[in-house]
Design a protein around this ligand. Structure first.
Ligand code: NAD
Length: 282
């Protein structure tokens, strides 16, 4: 594979998972964040994930050390100079991502691919922040990255066939299954998943069934591993609402109207697991 050196921007939930996955596949990884403290936290999470695999005897101590040995950290974007692929996985904010992409663009070679892990921002729009939009693509990983095997490979309007082919090859190399997606609000998975969750909130709000029964219905009737309301609590109700709003704004179609109860829950600070209370108590 032509991609050997990967840089990941952001050492948070997704960034350290992407870094771990790439390093486990034998690639050299540079993880960049704004502070040493953020890098230290990301590296610690990553190291304890690997440690868990060693305890379960799914990874040897030698492999763990070799994986960690392939990861460097830095707060300096100048360390992107030798990257074949840079994956932006920083905080979800359009202005911030525009700024970061311009910083990446100023450092990388003309052949490097630049990717974003954004969940909701247009790939075509973000591509406008780099000089070679044909080398820009969406690589949408799922949380937790080392466990979830899907990657949505999202083409912006300007993404070239060569970039798309290389991104697919990269996804396969790191052990993921890729699906090819054209740019559009919510891509594929969130466009299907989040409206289903939103509909579950309507069902609850209308008193059709209790939260527990709605979830049992979807678990036992559709074989879903987790019910839609418990899943909303896991994702975070604020994040769920934000994605619903992206769909609503992007399509301007009333079928994507966020459920009023979802708005109420977020306004009340009942955000799900992270706040201790959502549709269920934690
Ligand atoms: P997070 O808050 O856990 O991590 C974001 C990291 O970005 C932080 O460590 C922060 O310090 C860093 N950062 C901020 N500004 C930076 C800069 N200028 N340079 C370098 N680093 C910077 O967020 P996350 O959940 O990892 O999400 C990251 C991206 O992944 C977002 O675009 C999000 O939409 C997307 N995403 C998240 C999930 C999920 O389930 N969490 C799933 C798929 C995609």
């Amino acid at each position: 594979m032509t991609i050997q050196k990967v840089a990941v921007i952001g050492a948070g939930t997704m960034g350290n998972g992407i870094a771990q996955t790439c390093a486990s596949a034998g690639l050299s990884v540079t993880m960049i964040d704004i502070s040493d403290a953020a890098l230290e936290r990301g590296l610690q999470t990553l190291a304890s994930n690997l440690e868990r695999l060693v305890k379960k005897e799914r990874l040897s101590a030698t492999e763990r050390d070799a994986t960690l040995g392939r990861i460097r950290t830095s707060t300096d974007y100048a360390s992107l100079a030798d990257a074949d692929l840079v994956i932006e996985a920083a905080t979800e904010n359009l202005e911030l991502k525009r700024r970061i992409l311009a910083q990446i663009d100023a450092q990388v070679t003309a052949n490097a691919l630049i990717a974003t892990n954004t969940s909701s921002i247009s790939i075509t729009e973000l591509a406008g922040s780099v000089r070679g939009p044909e080398r820009f693509i969406g690589l949408h990983f799922f949380n937790p990255v080392p466990v979830m095997t899907l990657v949505e490979v999202i083409r912006g309007l300007q993404t070239s066939d060569a970039t798309h082919a290389l991104a697919l090859e990269f996804a396969e190399h790191i052990g993921k299954t890729a699906i090819s997606v054209s740019n559009g609000p919510g891509f594929v998975v969130n466009r299907l998943l989040i409206p289903m969750i939103n509909e579950a909130v309507f069902v609850l709000q209308e008193g059709v069934a209790s939260a527990a029964d709605i979830d049992t219905g979807m678990r036992l009737g559709c074989n879903h591993p987790i019910g839609p309301l418990a899943l909303a609590d896991l994702i975070g109700l604020d994040t769920t609402l934000a994605i619903m709003q992206v769909l609503n704004d992007g399509f301007a179609d009333p079928k994507y109207r966020p459920a009023p109860l979802l708005r109420e829950m977020v306004a009340a600070g009942r955000l799900g697991r992270k706040s201790g209370r959502g549709f269920f108590d934690y």
